[in-house]
Design a protein around this ligand. Structure first.
Ligand code: SF4
Length: 219
């Protein structure tokens, strides 16, 4: 049984998952991340209150934030469920994975949302986040014995909410990440996409030169 975060990490870099498992340190969620996630539970207040939105920990201007969320509100049929979820921070335990769903939605078909503190891609969601979303969708489906056809990814600091289908491609990526997480019994090879290493807390241990170190050395 893997945590949602473990399969997300397996999809990001198997070696990183290995280091995380070896680390005696508990994962501590930074206050900044908590504050950004909390924005996802205050959309209506933020849309209504200019002072509140001006003080919020956003990564876009208040105007961009309100314009983006205004579009979501106008176009996404599940808006009401997203701003008033049936439950929040709910523990789910599936066949292969377990973890916390940030929102459970009372939609016609069961659904959920995960809230991400970082920046969204231009379209869709980042692959490791897609794997995490599908892990949560499969766990909810297992608990309810019902299909979960789509889920939501929220990037509240950017005013972005995306509907994510639980389709064959995403499910295949999820299954591959589960197999990877199952199979790690020693340090896997380093990934070739070194831009990911710049954001990895194990870069020093891994022996990878991050961009900042390289630039310090004039490389
Ligand atoms: S530094 Fe790069 S290769 Fe090493 S664990 Fe982190 S992401 Fe993986």
């Amino acid at each position: 049984m893997h945590g949602f975060r473990a399969v997300e990490t397996a999809a990001y870099c198997p070696r990183k998952l290995y280091y995380r498992r070896q680390s005696p340190d508990e994962i501590v969620i930074p206050d900044e991340v908590e504050q950004r996630r909390e924005l996802a539970f205050r959309y209506e207040q933020l849309l209504a209150d200019e002072e509140l939105v001006a003080e919020a920990p956003l990564e876009v201007t208040p105007t961009q934030f309100r314009s983006r969320l205004g579009c979501v509100k106008a176009r996404m049929p599940e808006w009401e469920q997203l701003i008033d979820p049936a439950d929040r921070d709910t523990y789910l335990r599936g066949r292969e994975c377990h973890g916390i769903a940030h929102k459970l939605l009372d939609t016609a078909e069961p659904s959920l949302s995960l809230v991400f503190a970082g920046e969204p891609p231009e379209t869709g969601v980042w692959k490791p986040q897609s794997v995490k979303l599908i892990a949560a969708a499969k766990a909810l489906s297992w608990e309810l014995n019902q299909e979960v056809p789509f889920v939501f990814a929220e990037y509240p600091a950017y005013g972005v909410i995306r509907r994510v289908p639980v389709d064959a491609r995403r499910t295949a990526d999820y299954r591959e990440a589960v197999r990877t997480a199952d199979s790690i019994d020693g340090p896997p090879a380093r990934i070739t996409n070194r831009s990911k290493c710049n954001h990895c807390e194990f870069a020093g241990q891994c022996g990878v030169k991050t961009r900042s170190v390289r630039s310090l050395l004039g490389d």
